[in-house]
Design a protein around this ligand. Structure first.
Ligand code: PSV
Ligand code: MN
Length: 387
């Protein structure tokens, strides 16, 4: 069996943040399928997220999305989370579901709309003050659908001004991460389409701003691990939104569509010093449209853990030597040895040694939690994108 001892300390320290919205209903523009037991409010979402941590030891924090996770009393939500054994993490802003934002939010030509969007971010920072969250994550739906529709340069300038105002409001211990996405919902141009644009914007802001890399937000064939390497090299990789995709922004279980890509990304994370580095937050950004949500999240964090273990097991000394010697095939073989190492039996044993279930998926299924929530959560409105 694979010997995990040399990498156990790093595995032990790994933490992956869960998105509250993964526990609510989601779907496509064709249909949203509800599932029995879906949370009706943020408290129930946190309880579900805590199940993932309980069975894996990997997911101690939960990201919130405002206003989907609006509550009257954040200290009560915080206490509830702590009671469940988790804590509240990143706060995500939302400037994509209001009629006012049809033609943009932080980039809008109308100062009144920009004001509204900036004020929303101030409100998110107020929430962070109460929840003790460190990070404000900004993803913008801003962009245009037709050439000529907008002045791309002017929009970039307004974005910069708006972000500066938000940045100035951050506390000393707080950060902003700016996420990029190459298309959707805008189809001609997006105002933060790529890592370079996000980087240019956050560098202008200062040390407390960095880039969020969502693994599903690149054109097919993009070498994402190169971007990871570059952002780590520049000290500006603030966070990951992990998920996987076959076609567009599919938000599928991380590592499901392309495990090898996940391995390559994690190898660059390890090599670049981004693993268990407080500056680089690991988060999931996924939606479970047809599978059960809690086991979907359990599967996801396990996939990240498995690929992290494989990346850590790559013989770096031998790899460096092969690279230095120009031995192309040996270098490639050393990396592939890491990828092809089946770490699952060793991880199962290691989990048990830490008092965790060897098979978290099976343990969750046997726990009866899914039946309990399906039977007890009767009435009310199931949470989704908008509740
Ligand atoms: C929309 O593409 C998106 O999935 C972004 O990736 C954000 O991180 C997420 O929604 C939550 O706002
Ligand atoms: Mn994302």
């Amino acid at each position: 069996m694979t010997n995990l001892a040399p990498v156990a300390a790093q595995l032990e320290a790994q933490a992956i943040e869960l998105p509250s919205w993964a526990f609510g209903n989601s779907g496509t523009r064709f249909k949203v399928f509800g599932t029995p037991g879906t949370p009706r409010d943020p408290f129930e979402k946190i309880s579900d997220a805590a199940q993932v941590h309980k069975h894996t030891g990997l997911a101690p924090t939960v990201a919130l999305h405002i206003p989907w996770d609006l509550v009257d009393d954040y200290s009560a939500l915080r206490a509830h989370a702590e009671n469940e054994g988790v804590s509240l993490g990143t706060v995500n802003s939302n400037t994509f579901q209001d009629d006012a934002y049809k033609f943009g939010s932080l980039t809008h030509v109308d100062a009144a709309v920009r004001r509204k969007a900036i004020d929303h971010h101030f409100a998110c920072i107020d929430v962070m003050d109460e929840t003790g969250s460190r990070d404000l994550k900004i993803w913008l739906a801003d962009g245009t659908n037709y050439p000529g529709q907008g002045d791309m340069r002017g929009r970039q300038d307004r974005l910069s001004e708006s972000l500066s105002e938000i940045y100035a409001r951050l506390g000393d211990e707080q950060r902003m991460v700016l996420e990029y996405k190459f298309f959707e919902p805008a189809f001609y141009h997006t105002d933060v389409p790529d890592w370079g644009t996000s980087y240019a914007q956050v560098v202008a802001l200062g040390d407390k701003a960095s880039v969020c890399l969502d693994t599903g937000h690149h054109a097919p064939g993009t070498n994402i691990e190169f971007i990871v390497m570059q952002l780590l090299r520049l000290g500006k990789l603030g966070s990951f939104d992990f998920n996987s995709r076959f076609y567009a922004d599919d938000d599928l279980i991380v590592g499901a569509a392309d495990p090898f890509q996940l391995f390559r990304i994690l190898f660059e994370v390890v090599r670049g010093g981004g693993l268990n580095n407080p500056d680089v937050a690991f988060m999931l950004d996924q939606c479970h449209n047809v599978e059960d949500k809690i086991p979907g999240q359990i599967r996801s964090v396990l996939n990240v853990q498995e690929m992290t273990a494989r990346a850590l097991l790559v013989d770096r000394e031998a790899l460096d030597a092969a690279q230095a010697a120009g031995d192309v095939l040996a270098a490639n073989a050393i990396l592939m040895d890491g990828f092809y190492t089946d770490v699952r039996p060793a991880l199962a044993e290691w989990r048990e040694s830490r008092g965790l279930p060897a098979d978290p998926m099976a343990a969750y299924a046997a726990s009866g939690y899914q039946t309990t929530i399906a039977e007890s959560r009767v009435g009310g409105v199931q949470a989704g994108w908008g509740a």
